[in-house]
Design a protein around this ligand. Structure first.
Ligand SMILES: [Zn+2]
Length: 140
């Protein structure tokens, strides 16, 4: 955000309505534990798949650390340059608010502390194929 721009931040823990449609509104909310239920089984499955490749035991923590570093960098770049990118005009402001702005304007909204599955699952699939294209086949 540019210096001098007015910044709204609510202290309310309530969830602000984002969509007129009840369907889209429901898809925009999630309890903060839901990503754990979704992605921990995927992580366990990935560990299982990697155990079939004959990886040495020492490679697991090394690869885990490398994955954490890469994902942290990717997440930072996404947050800094994609989630905070705002197209001009009313539609651009609205799109930015829906994608990420609500997270900053209502930081205590208990149902929007994490990315909802309606967005995180497609992003996870896209990143899986992006990383699969960039990382040697022996890791998949
Ligand atoms: Zn942000």
């Amino acid at each position: 955000m540019a210096a001098g721009k007015r910044k709204f931040v609510s202290n309310s823990q309530d969830s602000v309505r984002m969509f007129k449609s009840d369907f889209f509104e429901a898809l925009s909310k999630v309890h903060f534990t839901v990503p754990l239920y979704l992605f921990i089984p995927v992580i366990i499955y990935c560990f299982y798949r990697s155990s079939l490749t004959g990886m040495a035991l020492w490679e697991y923590p090394a690869d885990f650390l490398a994955g954490m570093l890469v994902w942290t960098a990717v997440e930072y770049v996404m947050h800094r340059y994609v989630f905070h990118f705002e197209l001009p005009g009313t539609i651009g402001r609205r799109l930015h608010f829906i994608i990420h702005g609500v997270h900053h304007d209502y930081p205590s909204d208990r149902l929007r502390l994490v990315m909802p599955p309606s967005l995180s699952i497609p992003l996870a699939i896209a990143f899986f194929y992006l990383f699969k294209a960039c990382i040697p086949d022996r890791y998949f």
